[in-house]
Structure formats: structure tokens, C-alpha cells
Design a protein around this ligand. Structure first.
Ligand code: TIU
Length: 220
């Protein structure tokens, strides 16, 4: 067991049971013309965390610990896309519409891809997910069980949407969750602050939060 300096108290890491899960670091959320911008957001906030996410991924790879990537995306025939999700927010481009980076959030389209700087390497699991949470309608739970993973370090976007939803799903399934503060971002700074506070409140009711440096120091 290695203690990682964290809030609200140290995270007792079992290094042979830890994985990094990088949520939805896709062009559609980080670049102009994608889904994030179609919802009216300033996507430059997401681009700014890329170096911190990269540092974390590289630290896990160097320590030979698993890195799992997720992508929010849908089938080309939209059979896994509820109409309510397609219409929500009255976006300028709906999921499945043709945008400057191809069809919005559709598997295989250029805009749906993970940012090239953070691209998965051979052997890393990539979960394609139709929901905000990564456990819903995916193999993630089975994969984690098979690999004996009990603790998840979280990075990615957006803090209060797909990251927090997945942390809550994981917490209810018995995983201990640690959010890397500099490696996650929201389109709304106040929502990131609030999400971090609510995750670690009440004695880590959903999980812990820690600085990237402290996580890397513990696993190196
Ligand atoms: N809109 C927003 O904040 N997020 C999403 O739609 N998906 C993710 O968080 N990945």
C-alpha cells in the first residue's frame, strides 16, 4: 500500500490494483466545430489540460500500470442514441449531423477521435460509450473485474458531466476513485470547483482528489 497525498485524506493505493481511466479526451470536446462548441461552449478550456493528462498517461505507462480510454460516441445508424439525447440543448449541430470534423460524435469520424497527443497505444483498452457514464451499456465493468482492478484514477472531461457520472457509477460498484485535479476540466470553472468539492465532501462520499504531481510521485 502506498499513500497518495489527497483530499479529504490520503488515498491508500494498492498499486497492483490501480488503473488510470481517461474520459473522453476527444477532438469533439476540445476543438472548434465539434460537439462541445455546438452546445455553445468555449472549448479552449479543455485544450489547456492536455499536457497534464499526457503527463499522467505517460507516468502510468512508465510504471506499467493500465491506462483505459473512453470515447463518447454513437453508431452511424444512431440506434444507440435516444432521441432525447439527440435533441437536448438545441445544439447548432446535433449528434450525427455532418460538421467540419465529420459526423458529430459518430464512431470512426475524425472529430470523434481521441486527441492525437493522448492517443491510446497498443494494448490499452478503449471503451466506446453511448452515455455520459462509462459503465452504462459497455464492457467496462467486466474488463475491470477480469483484470482485478479495484481502484481508478480519473482524468478527462468534463468534470461534472462524464467524469463525475463515471466516478459515481464506479463508486456504487465498489471501486475506490481518485480524481486528478489538473487533468480534468469543465467548460464552466465554477462547476469544476463544485464537482471537486462534492466528490470529496462527507469523508470522500464519491472519492478522493489529488494533484497530478502527487499521483506521479506515488506510482513512479
Ligand atoms: N457537455 C459536456 O459538458 N459534456 C459532455 O457532453 N460529455 C462529456 O462530458 N464527455
Amino acid at each position: 500500500m502506498i499513500d497518495i497525498k489527497a483530499e479529504p485524506f490520503a488515498f491508500a493505493a494498492k498499486i497492483d490494483q490501480v488503473a488510470l481511466i481517461v474520459i473522453d479526451m476527444q477532438r469533439d470536446f476540445a476543438e472548434r466545430g465539434g460537439f462541445g462548441e455546438s452546445l455553445g461552449n468555449d472549448v479552449s478550456r479543455v485544450t489547456r489540460i492536455v499536457p497534464e493528462v499526457k503527463r499522467l498517461i505517460e507516468g502510468f505507462r512508465k510504471a506499467r500500470l493500465p491506462v483505459i480510454h473512453t470515447m463518447e460516441c454513437h453508431r452511424p445508424d444512431l440506434s444507440d442514441l435516444p432521441q432525447a439525447k439527440r435533441d437536448r440543448g438545441n445544439p447548432s449541430l446535433r449528434i450525427g449531423d455532418e460538421g467540419p470534423m465529420g459526423r458529430i460524435l459518430i464512431v470512426g469520424e475524425p472529430g470523434t477521435a481521441i486527441l492525437p497527443e493522448l492517443a491510446p497505444i497498443d494494448g490499452e483498452v478503449v471503451i466506446e460509450k453511448p452515455g455520459k457514464g462509462a459503465f452504462y451499456a459497455t464492457e467496462l465493468g467486466d474488463i475491470l473485474k477480469r483484470r482485478g482492478i479495484a481502484q481508478l484514477v480519473f482524468a478527462g472531461v468534463t468534470t461534472e458531466v462524464c467524469v463525475q457520472t463515471t466516478m459515481r457509477e464506479a463508486n456504487d460498484r465498489g471501486y475506490e476513485c481518485l480524481l486528478a485535479e489538473e487533468a480534468t476540466e469543465s467548460y464552466f470553472p465554477e462547476f469544476k470547483t463544485a464537482a471537486i468539492a462534492m466528490i470529496r465532501a462527507q469523508g470522500a462520499i464519491v472519492g478522493w482528489t489529488a494533484h497530478v504531481d502527487d499521483i506521479l510521485e506515488a506510482i513512479h
